[in-house]
Ligand binder design. Structure first.
Ligand SMILES: [Zn+2]
Length: 232
C-alpha cells in the first residue's frame, strides 16, 4: 500500500476572480496531484486550458505553469503518467488533457454528457484526437486503493478521488468544496447532526458520502489549505 508521501501536490497556475464575484480580485490557485502507485503514476487534473475567450476576459489575468515544467519539479515526465483523473471538465481542470493521447482519462458519464453544454469548457479539450476516455457511472477503481467517487454539485458529473494509504484514507476532493474551511464547516455540521443533540441542516448527499469515508486528510483543487479531522 502506498504512503501519504506518495501523494504530491503541484501548482499549475492561477486565475483572478472578477470584481463582481463573491471573491473580488482574489487569486485562485489551480492545483493538481500526482499519486505514485505501484501500477503507475496517476495525475489528478491537468491545468488551465487556453483559447476560451470569455474565460480569458472574465478571469484575467490567468497565469499558467506549463504541465511539463510543473511535473519535472517532482521529477516526473509527462510520458511517465499512466492514468488521468479529472474532477470535472471545466477548462481549469482538464486543460492539459490533449497532452495525453492514449492515456486513460477517468471521468463520470454524467460529466461527459454535460460537457457539451457546460460553461467554461472546450469540446476539443475533452474530445481531442487520441483521447481515451474511461467513463463510469458511479464509483470505480482506477487501480487497487484508488477509487473515483461521484461528488456532483459544482458540475453534474464532478468526482473526487479516494486514496488508501498506510496512514489512512486521503480524499482529493477537487472542487466538491471550494476550500478547506467550507469543507470543515460541513463536516462539523455532520458531527452535530450525528450526535443527535441538536438539529443541524441536512447536507447535500455528496458531502454525506465523503464524511462516511472518514478521510484523515482532504485536499482541494483551489485551496492550498488541507483539512484534517480533530480528535474529540
Ligand atoms: Zn469548475
Amino acid at each position: 500500500m502506498i504512503g501519504l508521501d506518495d501523494i504530491r501536490r503541484v501548482r499549475l497556475g492561477h486565475y483572478t476572480m472578477p470584481a463582481d464575484s463573491s471573491l473580488p480580485n482574489q487569486k485562485i490557485i489551480v492545483l493538481a496531484y500526482v499519486i505514485r502507485h505501484p501500477e503507475g503514476l496517476v495525475l489528478f487534473d491537468t491545468g488551465i486550458g487556453e483559447d476560451h475567450e470569455e474565460a480569458e476576459r472574465r478571469y484575467h489575468p490567468i497565469v499558467r505553469r506549463p504541465l511539463r515544467e510543473a511535473l519535472s519539479s517532482l521529477g516526473v515526465r509527462l510520458e511517465d503518467i499512466t492514468a488521468i483523473v479529472n474532477c470535472h471538465f471545466h477548462l481549469d481542470h482538464c486543460g492539459g488533457n490533449p497532452l495525453f493521447p492514449g492515456t486513460p482519462i477517468f471521468a463520470q458519464e454524467a460529466e461527459y454528457e454535460a460537457s457539451h453544454s457546460l460553461e467554461y469548457t472546450l469540446p476539443h479539450v475533452v474530445d481531442f484526437e487520441g483521447a481515451k476516455l474511461e467513463l463510469h457511472a458511479g464509483e470505480a477503481d482506477v487501480a487497487p486503493g484508488l477509487r473515483i467517487i461521484p461528488t456532483p454539485g459544482h458540475t453534474p458529473g464532478h468526482q473526487s478521488l479516494l486514496v488508501e494509504t498506510r496512514e489512512g484514507r486521503v480524499l482529493i476532493a477537487g472542487q466538491a468544496m471550494n476550500d478547506a474551511a467550507e469543507y470543515g464547516r460541513a463536516e462539523f455540521a455532520g458531527r452535530i447532526r450525528r450526535s443527535g443533540n441538536e438539529e443541524a441542516p441536512e447536507p447535500p448527499d455528496r458531502i454525506d458520502r465523503i464524511h462516511e469515508l472518514l478521510p484523515r486528510r482532504v485536499f482541494f483543487a483551489h485551496d492550498p489549505a488541507v483539512w484534517e479531522p480533530f480528535a474529540d
